[in-house]
Write a protein that binds this ligand. Structure first.
Ligand code: NAG
Length: 232
């Protein structure tokens, strides 16, 4: 007869513990003002693609609008895809995602509960919805969307908001102090401050993660719900 502990070990060893399985991942941060890749029809089985916004931050009805990162593009990341604190130990937000063994059809608009395992946020949790991916992301990688986090590969922030040529702060990593948020567009200030308040200025903390049903507070902003999910 196997003990509970032996069974648990067996389950782990054979991958049977998938219901509550946590995987290990890494994070980075970005805010490039571009239309997210989950903003296109046909990426995944969903009610609608994630919302994109016009240059003045109004949601676009036309999901086929060209990405503002491309010449002549008119679709940008909506400012309400910024992170926010639910309470001291939980935050909600959005991320560009790449997961081992998956594709956009498996992760676009899915939500993941991240538990930070390093840095000043060690032990805190954040639930993010996948709105985007990135060619430069590794496997099990969450590039957390936060204003002032650095534009990365693409930059629509200069076009949309008059940010400096390589975006606010460093192209990778962005600004380095909270006071720099004061010069941000009004609608991006709260998300910019979040990084230095709730997030404690953490620098690419590690995570464990698992998929969860999206909170309605998140899908109410993005507009996107995966078929079969019932956010509450
Ligand atoms: C934070 O909010 C979540 C979700 O409502 C709740 O489960 C958790 O207990 C709260 N934590 C604290 C410290 O208030």
């Amino acid at each position: 007869m196997l003990s509970i502990k032996q069974l648990a070990l067996l389950a782990l060893a054979t991958g049977l513990a998938s219901v509550d399985a946590q995987s290990t991942g890494k994070t980075t941060r970005y805010w490039d003002c571009c239309k997210g890749s989950c903003g296109w029809s046909g990426k995944a089985s969903v009610n609608q693609p994630i919302n994109s916004c016009d240059k003045s931050d109004n949601p676009l009805a036309n999901m086929a609008a060209k990405n503002g990162c491309e010449s002549g593009g008119t679709a940008y990341m909506c400012t309400n895809q910024s992170p926010w604190a639910v309470n001291d130990s939980l935050a909600y937000g959005f991320a560009a995602v790449k997961l081992a063994g998956g594709t956009e059809s498996s992760w676009c608009c899915a939500c993941y509960e991240l538990t930070f395992t390093s840095g000043p946020v060690n032990g805190k949790k954040m639930i993010v919805q996948a709105t985007n991916t990135g060619g430069d992301l590794g496997q099990n990688h969450f590039d957390l969307a936060m204003p002032g986090g650095g534009v990365g590969l693409y930059n629509a922030c200069t076009n949309q908001w008059g940010a400096p040529p390589n975006g606010w702060g460093a192209q990778y990593g962005g600004i380095s102090s909270k006071s720099q948020c004061d010069a941000f567009p009004e609608k991006l200030k709260a998300g910019c401050n979040w990084r230095f308040d709730w997030f404690g200025g953490a620098d690419n903390p590690d995570v464990t993660f698992k998929q969860v049903t999206c909170p309605k507070a998140i899908t109410d902003k993005s507009g996107c719900i995966r078929n079969g999910e019932n956010p509450t």
